[in-house]
Design a protein around this ligand. Structure first.
Ligand SMILES: *[C@@H]1O[C@H](CO)[C@@H](O)[C@H](O)[C@H]1NC(C)=O
Ligand SMILES: *[C@@H]1O[C@H](CO)[C@@H](O)[C@H](O)[C@H]1NC(C)=O
Length: 199
């Protein structure tokens, strides 16, 4: 007897479950389409955000303090000479991003922003910069990188927190490796491998 009643009940439960599952997306869509005057939900496809892509690019970041045309400026000197990590110092940058590691390599963009020594115990920078691209269809588009950079580690990782133009809604990360560093001048060339999800 028990098996007969179960045989009757199970299909009813299943069909109720199917109806609820089919209906619930419509319920959600209906609820989010609500217009509250100052805000509204948009159809992302109609706004050109169709399929998310994963893009990788590699660029070499040239940070130059020396010479007559520096691209990095110390805007806040270390507040204390007692700090081995130069804690509290800040530099503003407008660094060329090139295709290859050489100084004369093709310019593909610029890294504009700032970084500062944010650790009293080790050489770790707080970095906040925009990469503005100057090439082809990406000309004028930007990505924003904000993260922690332990400069003497082999590979560092920093988050990509956003973007503009072709990189709208960007998110991802940069893997960063030092190519050369001059301890006297502070000049550095760093390889950036960036992985970005965007539309
Ligand atoms: C740190 O040393 C430099 C060079 O010796 C000096 O010019 C500067 O005033 C010192 N800064 C502080 C905060 O003592
Ligand atoms: C990039 O855009 C700027 C400003 O619109 C323009 O002057 C420049 O020629 C463009 N560069 C390339 C390589 O298309």
């Amino acid at each position: 007897m028990a098996t007969i009643s179960m045989a009757r009940i199970v299909p009813i439960i299943i069909s109720k479950f199917i109806i609820l599952t089919l209906l619930s997306p419509f319920a959600i869509v209906h609820a989010t389409k609500e217009n509250q005057g100052f805000l509204r939900t948009l159809d992302r496809k109609l706004h050109g955000f169709k399929k998310e892509k994963l893009t990788h690019f590699r660029a070499y970041w040239h940070d130059t303090y020396s010479g007559s045309n520096p691209t990095a400026m110390p805007v806040v000197r270390p507040p204390s000479n007692a700090s081995a990590t130069l804690f509290g110092s800040i530099s503003m940058i407008d660094d060329p991003l090139t295709e290859g590691p050489g100084v004369g390599s093709k310019l593909i963009g610029r890294a504009q922003g700032l970084y500062g020594s944010a650790s009293q115990a080790e050489s770790a920078l707080f970095m906040a910069m925009n990469f503005v691209f100057l090439e082809g269809k990406y000309n004028g588009s930007t990505i924003s990188i904000l993260g922690r950079n332990q400069v003497f580690s082999e590979v560092r990782e920093m988050p990509v927190i956003g973007g503009s133009g072709l990189f709208r809604f960007a998110r991802g990360y940069a893997h960063v490796k030092t190519v050369s560093f001059n301890t006297k001048t502070g000049d550095a060339v760093v390889e950036y491998n960036v992985y970005v999800l965007h539309y």
